[in-house]
Write a protein that binds this ligand. Structure first.
Ligand SMILES: Nc1ncnc2c1ncn2[C@@H]1O[C@H](COP(=O)(O)OP(=O)(O)OP(=O)(O)O)[C@@H](O)[C@H]1O
Length: 326
């Protein structure tokens, strides 16, 4: 028997770790574009899941944005069925008419389709193929836009979307490994033209910035950026817990939040309390920026009788009688 290629072993080990101890008896569904990352993920899952007593299926979403996209999706589905994955679904989605740019609209449609498929099959989770390189790119993009620790935490290995667990088993596996795993298994991945389109900031980071960093600082830089994300994710989770407890503490009996209670908190906790409270008041999370939180914070720490801070959606928050209220 030929020895197992190390990249194949690396991807399988990552999948095994993600599936071991996963709650729920249902199948896992691999979200597969046919690209190298999710194809390597699907192949590894087809191998590992049955050995852990778990069914594994595959969903491929057809965004209908490129000529030949339906054929690509059918090709992925055919390969998946031959590989023993079950259930296998091609889900066509309509991207036009959704809010945001075309990329954001496609992502939203894709995740909605993945969650719906997971519900249909009572799945224990959906597996996504993001790699360590994707994580490094995410951290660099977050740094460049001045994100705080939450943005720099990158993509979590596990989160829930509308009650469906989304897992990213490959966050510690390199893209070179997923490509080499596909090659070793004789799989031909689909090359997404978007990934090399310089119109997208992520493509430019992938094609130019990350290779330049590796050239200047050495190959460890990709793993180091991913490690930064992990470290910050742990700190952010701890601060979020502190903030949740502090929010309860600073609630005023008459409604709103106590200014004295807020002023006594460390800034990192206070701004999180204000952020969580603004969401509770109905500010849409996507529109809630650091400027809104800074305006709320100024009512506490830079009070000079100023008018209300306006949250997205036009909601005014005032300081009155020692409280922040709406
Ligand atoms: N059309 C699709 N159908 C199903 N899942 C998808 C689709 N496109 C992306 N995904 C999932 O989202 C993950 C991230 O996709 P994205 O296009 O951002 O990254 P990528 O690095 O190009 O991944 P891949 O090499 O697998 O295409 C993929 O690994 C896959 O799990």
């Amino acid at each position: 028997m030929a020895p197992l290629a190390p990249p194949v072993a690396a991807v399988r080990l990552a999948v095994r770790r993600a599936l071991a101890g996963l709650p729920g008896a249902g199948p896992v569904l691999v979200a597969c574009s046919g690209g190298a990352d999710s194809l390597a993920l699907a192949a590894a899952t087809a191998f590992v899941a049955p050995r852990l007593g778990r069914r594994a299926g595959l969903v491929t979403v057809d965004h209908g944005l490129q000529p030949g996209s339906a054929e690509r999706a059918e090709g992925v589905a055919r390969w998946a069925a031959e590989s023993g994955l079950d259930p296998v679904e091609v889900v066509p989605v309509t991207v036009a008419g959704r809010p945001g740019g075309p990329e954001a609209a496609a992502r939203e449609a894709r995740y909605a389709a993945l969650v719906a498929a997971a519900r249909r099959h009572d799945a224990a989770g959906v597996l996504l193929g993001h790699t360590r390189d994707d994580q490094a790119e995410t951290v660099l993009l977050a740094l460049a836009r001045g994100a705080g620790p939450r943005g720099l935490s990158g993509m979590p290995p596990r989160r829930e979307l509308d009650g469906v667990p989304l897992l990213r088993p490959l966050l510690d596996v390199s893209r070179d490994d997923t490509r080499e795993a596909c090659a070793a298994l004789g799989l031909t991945p689909w090359a997404d033209p978007h990934n090399v389109d310089p119109a997208y900031a992520r493509s430019r980071v992938r094609a130019d910035l990350l290779p330049a960093l590796v050239e200047a600082l050495g190959p460890g830089v990709v793993g180091n950026l991913a490690r930064t994300a992990r470290l910050l994710a742990a700190d952010t989770a701890a601060l979020d817990d502190l903030a949740a407890a502090a929010l309860t503490e600073v609630r005023a009996a008459e409604g709103g939040l106590s200014v004295d209670g807020l002023a006594a908190l460390p800034a990192a906790v206070r701004t999180r309390v204000l952020h969580a409270w603004a969401r509770e008041l109905g500010a849409p999370p996507a529109a809630l920026s650091h400027r809104h939180v800074a305006a709320l914070d100024a009512l506490v720490t830079d009070w000079h009788g100023q008018g209300p801070a306006h949250l997205p959606g036009g909601l005014p928050v005032r300081r009155q009688a020692g409280r922040l209220t709406t």
